[in-house]
Design a protein around this ligand. Sequence first.
Ligand SMILES: [Zn+2]
Length: 206
Amino acid sequence: MERRVHPLPAGKSGGPEDVARPSRTEAEEAVRTLLRWIGEDPTRDGLHETPSRVTRAYGEFFGGYAQDPEAILRKTFEEIEGYDEMIILRGVRFESHCEHHMAPIIGHAWVAYVPNGRVVGISKLARVVEAFSKRLQIQERLTAQIANTINDVLKPQGVGVVIKAKHHCMSTRGVQKPGSDLVTSRMLGCFRDNAMTRQEFLAMVD
Ligand SMILES: [Zn+2]
């Protein structure tokens, strides 16, 4: 039986590092099991390719485990002519999955920081959002991980992250409350200590 070790560098996944991964064949078999469990016949024509499609889709949904968000941020620019105003990336759309139901969490992130001599390319902030969102998540942890990683690597004067998202486990099952958003935020450094900085940021969140 093929066994592969989780491909992540130690300490980057937010989860256990040495969980042996099943093979693709085993994963497809698990999808067939679920199909039978919901009352389907995995051998009928329409479902023949479904297990391989589902495992490929999971590879995309959870591609963040193979990405290292700290490495994404490590390439910084230092010649910024003393720029020390707030930098805000607004409304980054993301798709994640809740770790309780593996149901989609669809939302937007606002990411801001005040640099301290170093900045990153703006696309890198979006890639950090992606690296953490393409994992099983809870929104509170996703918010904190994005802010903490930017804070740890860039060592800016402060970081602010706001996330608004819809949880499909709320809208399609259980309490069935479509339309409700969950809003979370994490403020570090000058965003936490300085009410004016925080207000300047929150005024850009819509
Ligand atoms: Zn859920």
